[in-house]
Write a protein that binds this ligand. Structure first.
Ligand SMILES: *Cc1c(COP(=O)(O)O)cnc(C)c1O
Length: 252
């Protein structure tokens, strides 16, 4: 064996295409973070695995990924017991309040629900946490509509009263939930959505008397996570760049 071969790093290549994709995304996340101010923490990478089979999640797990994002309550309830216990789940889809109980009871490792936008859902999650005897508070992000597109769920970004009143409701009435940040999907190509989420976060933190930095910003997907990081994202949600394109067989 030549000296060059002896010195070469063990190669990720060959483990699985997903491992390679994951490694490439991690590297970009670190590089882009490194362009910013020194010491800036590297954002959390949520691997969005909706519609993907368990083998794909396991490949990512074997490559060291522990944080996964899913969009459909039933799909997550089905998948979570089949994955190792140390997986950290983020729910990133729209949740009907009548599914809150099944989701919380069925997914003990659910760390964050990123899509909270109504008092009604907060109350259902609160009682679901109590009835399922969750040990730790469930993290929640307020979902903010930063684009005004009809299809986007979330509290409209300029409705700061609504943002603040939901945040206060959590503090005052939902001890089993912990407000950890804000999330947006944004309109593809409109990077100002990320600035709007920043502004909303600053207003919510100010209204609650917290440091803005204490609240996370979940923004950035496959197409725009680099720009989202430049604009302050602390939590990027990347699916197709890691797992490949998705197919939706009659999924609603
Ligand atoms: C599907 C989805 C993602 C991931 O999208 P990609 O473009 O595949 O990276 C991120 N966030 C939310 C809310 C999603 O629904």
């Amino acid at each position: 064996m030549s000296e060059a071969e002896l010195k070469s790093e063990p190669k990720a290549t060959g483990a699985s295409p997903i491992a390679d994709n994951l490694e490439a995304v991690r590297k970009r996340v670190e590089e882009v973070t490194g362009e910013g101010e020194a010491g800036k923490p590297v954002p959390r990478l949520v691997a969005v695995s909706k519609t993907k089979p368990l083998e794909n999640l396991q490949d990512a797990y074997d490559a060291g990924q522990r944080i996964f994002g899913e969009n459909y309550a039933q799909e997550l309830i089905d998948k979570s017991p089949q994955m190792p216990d140390d997986v950290v789940w983020h729910f990133i889809g729209h949740l009907q309040s009548n599914k809150a109980k099944a989701l919380v009871a069925g997914v003990p490792n659910l760390a964050v629900l990123e899509t909270l936008d109504t008092v009604k859902l907060a109350n259902k999650l609160q009682s679901a946490c109590v009835s399922s005897e969750r040990k730790r508070p469930l993290g929640v992000y307020l979902q903010i509509d930063t684009s005004g597109e009809d299809s986007k769920a979330g509290i409209y970004h300029s409705d700061l009263d609504a943002c603040l009143s939901l945040a206060r409701h959590l503090k005052d009435n939902c001890p089993a939930l912990e407000l950890k940040g804000l999330m947006t999907i944004g309109a593809p190509g409109d990077m100002e959505c990320f600035d709007r989420l920043n502004a909303c976060r600053d207003a919510v933190a100010g209204g609650l008397g917290m440091e803005a930095q204490a609240l996370e910003l979940s923004m950035g997907m496959s197409g725009d996570y680099e720009e989202a990081i430049r604009r302050g994202s602390t939590n990027v949600r990347v699916g197709s760049t890691i797992f490949g394109a998705r197919f939706y067989p009659n999924k609603t």
